[in-house]
Ligand binder design. Structure first.
Ligand SMILES: Cc1cc2nc3c(=O)[nH]c(=O)nc-3n(C[C@H](O)[C@H](O)[C@H](O)COP(=O)(O)O)c2cc1C
Length: 386
């Protein structure tokens, strides 16, 4: 067994649990993993722990100068990030680079601690390599997140092996009218620890939240946050279910308000052809279930939204592509369509940690085949997979 790497171990032991909808509870599995990672991050300098973590890094990190980019003042060692929602309470912020990620986005964090929706609230759709979730921003709140990050004693902003994004949402008990102050309270507390911050106005699981994507509401929110002293680069994360005109409005707003970038996309309320698919645990179809869909079925729509943003905003606005990226081909497609960075969630769970180096190696190979000197030359180039 000693010769088996993390990727092989994951495939052997976790893979079978993920190959069926029923069985091991999806949320419990994530929680167990995060507890272990949280302990490892806190103790990452202890000799035994640091030895194991170094082994992890040696296996999963891909170092190649052609993958590096500097965007909105942050230096990214590579363009692959962990998407928001996995490390909601920022417990493992100190070790995500050892999984090969160039950046990690923690959260969504809200001002008030909140339990989220009743369980079960996360469901595997194993055959479709997809998931349905209606977590509802379960998190310990901004103050606890700050303490959790401080306890991990991270290197200073700008000097971390992986860039740290902090994704912020509205507390459930806060009205839409009060939303700007709610986000601002969280950001004020967390700004000193963030390389960048994300205004999440696109989760489908907080009632009314997506109305904040409306032009006037979003401008009011952005302007409130930018008044904070030492506001980090601000990005907005949008939903895949927006009409084309609404996407155009956000692209223009991002430009006019000087946002650092746009993240496209969050999970979808659209059932993307899976309306009749039943959730084993509840016996109901996806058409009847609440929650957002992620994973492979989202890939096409996520790509469309990204293309539209790029067409309207032009090459000056950094875009982060997320949704259904599960292979080097899918990553390359998103980058060539205009994403400077990409994020993974659902496929990283199904495929395991090996997915990050597999994608990075695939990207380097494509750079070679197309004669690009760096990943930034590929961004928006429109070339295909060779
Ligand atoms: C269980 C789960 C929880 C999520 N929680 C959040 C969240 O708290 N904030 C957020 O911005 N996105 C959240 N997301 C959305 C992901 O960050 C990502 O945008 C989406 O899943 C599409 O990417 P994927 O197809 O690679 O999973 C969550 C996704 C899943 C599956």
């Amino acid at each position: 067994m000693a010769e088996l790497g993390t990727g092989a171990l994951y495939q052997r032991f976790v893979g079978p649990l993920l190959s069926r909808d029923e069985g091991a509870d999806a949320e419990q599995l994530s929680q167990l993993t995060l507890q272990a990672l949280g302990q490892a991050s806190l103790r990452r300098n202890w000799p035994l722990v640091s030895g194991s973590l170094a082994g992890l890094g040696a296996e999963l990190e891909v170092r190649d100068l052609r993958l590096e980019q500097t965007l909105f003042g942050c230096r990214f060692r590579n363009p692959i990030g962990l998407a928001a929602g996995f490390d909601k309470n920022a417990v493992a912020a100190g070790i995500w680079h050892l999984f090969g990620f160039g950046f990690a986005e923690v959260g969504t964090i809200t001002w008030h601690a909140q339990p989220g929706n009743p369980k079960p609230r996360l469901f595997r759709l194993a055959a479709e390599r997809a998931a349905l979730n209606r977590m509802g921003f379960n998190n310990r709140g901004a103050l606890a997140a700050r303490r959790t990050l401080e306890r991990q004693a991270l290197p200073a902003v700008g000097q971390r092996p992986a860039v740290l994004g902090i994704n912020l949402g509205k507390s459930k008990i806060t009205s839409l009218e009060q939303a700007p102050d709610d986000y601002a309270s969280s950001l004020e507390l967390l700004a000193p620890l963030a390389d960048y911050a994300v205004i999440n106005v696109s989760s489908p699981n907080t009632p009314g939240l997506r109305e904040l994507q409306d032009d006037a509401q979003l401008r009011r929110l952005v302007e409130r946050l930018r008044r904070l002293p030492a506001c980090p680069p601000l990005l907005v994360k949008i939903a895949p279910d927006l009409e084309d005109e609404a996407i155009d409005v956000i692209a223009r707003l991002a430009y006019e308000e000087g946002l650092a970038g746009v993240i496209a996309v969050n999970t979808s309320l659209n059932r993307l052809g899976l309306e009749q698919r039943r959730i084993v645990q509840t016996g109901r179809s996806l058409a009847e279930e609440a929650g957002g869909l992620s994973g492979a079925p989202l890939r096409g729509r996520a790509l469309e939204v990204l293309r539209r943003l790029r067409a309207v905003a032009g090459p000056g606005l950094p875009l982060i592509g997320v949704g259904g990226i599960d292979s080097p081909e899918a990553a390359w497609e998103r980058i060539c369509a205009g994403a400077s960075l990409i994020q993974l969630y659902t496929a990283w769970i199904y495929e395991g940690p090996q997915l990050v180096p597999t994608i990075l190696e695939g990207l380097v190979q494509q750079l070679d085949r197309h004669g690009f000197r760096s990943i930034s030359e590929a961004v928006g180039s429109g070339v295909g997979w060779r």
